[in-house]
Design a protein around this ligand. Structure first.
Ligand SMILES: Nc1nc2c(ncn2[C@@H]2O[C@H](COP(=O)(O)OP(=O)(O)OP(=O)(O)O)[C@@H](O)[C@H]2O)c(=O)[nH]1
Ligand SMILES: [Mg+2]
Length: 305
């Protein structure tokens, strides 16, 4: 029996906080993109590769998902750079799904902004209503109807990315949309994000979780040293903040905050990387780093292998 293969790219786009990164992690079955309850968590595109064979099909599919930063009207330089980089990579994919948070009341404006900014082919885009665990069915159906009066979608899916509900149908559909082709990537290639960059993202996620107001948006994390042996990894990271008083908040009273952040990041990295982790965090003040374009590298934004 010969098994035919399909392989191609699927972009996951949508307003901030709609659940794009949660979805890619769930579909891939491993955390590759950080998640938080705050908007604008993701700062660069993250590819996650899924090799899949449905039990009832002879075909094998390789879906290369691309998680993208939430699309919104950027005001700061840094956000403009993030958006421009993301948009650059939205071209030439095989399919696009737009994720909409069906629980958020003010979502329609954000959604229309996204549709205005991106270019897409009419028959290559579907709508995914996410967070259906938070809304009742009649409201959901009404919302689906409203959104489809604005834009034509090939299909509308209703899912809970966090619970996995509806995700199998979505996968099946997306796999059928890919061109017949040999796999574009090796089967053991999971993501374009190297461990060093991923580990700074995990620390950034904990900073997002623990710190409030504008602080998470004004910091960056860089892995500066990585010493790996068979059983353990020593990771040294710099956390850049723009002001001295931000440094004081990140450190916390008696260093309490930074200790908590370090512990949370270390435990998660241990689970994901399967090795003992020693994590050393250093908070540094770098004035105006947000407006300085050379910091794209620092932000990991130009990380597009
Ligand atoms: N209840 C519920 N919450 C969800 C679901 N999917 C995502 N979330 C939550 O929504 C928040 C945002 O999720 P993310 O995956 O970071 O959203 P995002 O679209 O990647 O956000 P940006 O990177 O900021 O654009 C997190 O608190 C998630 O736990 C879902 O299906 N149900
Ligand atoms: Mg995200």
């Amino acid at each position: 029996m010969t098994i035919s293969t399909r392989s191609g790219f699927v972009n996951i786009i949508g307003p901030p906080n709609s659940g794009k990164s949660t979805l890619i992690n769930n579909l891939i079955g491993k955390k590759i993109s950080i998640v938080s309850s705050k908007s604008q968590t993701t700062r660069f595109c993250v590819r996650g590769i899924l090799n899949y064979k449905f039990n009832d099909k002879k075909e094998k599919s390789q879906i290369i998902f691309v998680d993208t930063p939430g699309i919104f009207e950027p005001k700061r330089n840094l956000d403009k750079v993030i958006l421009q980089n993301a948009l650059k990579q939205l071209n030439s994919v095989d399919y696009t799904i737009i994720i909409f948070d069906c629980f958020k009341r003010s979502g329609l404006d954000d959604f229309l902004k996204v549709m205005k900014i991106i270019s897409y082919e009419k028959n290559k885009i579907s709508l995914v209503l996410n967070k259906i665990d938070l809304i009742d069915k009649p409201k959901l159906l009404k919302l689906a109807k409203t959104l489809s009066t604005y834009i034509f979608f090939e299909n509308i899916f209703m899912i809970s990315a966090i619970k996995g509900e509806g995700c199998e149908d979505l996968l099946r559909f997306l796999a059928s949309k890919l061109p017949k082709s040999n796999f574009l990537f090796d089967e053991d290639y999971l993501t374009n994000i190297p461990n060093q960059l991923f580990s700074s993202e995990v620390t950034r996620e904990k900073l997002f979780k623990l710190l409030n107001h504008e602080l998470p948006y004004n910091l960056a994390v860089q892995t500066v040293k990585w010493l790996e042996t068979k059983n353990e990894i020593k990771i040294y990271q710099d956390i850049y903040v723009a002001k001295t008083n931000h440094k004081i908040i990140v450190l916390g009273k008696n260093g309490d905050n930074i200790k908590k952040i370090g512990t949370m990041a270390r435990l998660e990295l241990k689970k994901i990387l399967n090795k003992k982790i020693h994590l050393f965090l250093f908070v540094k003040v770098k004035k105006n780093w947000i407006d300085n374009p050379i910091n794209e590298k620092l932000m990991g934004i130009n990380q597009n292998a």
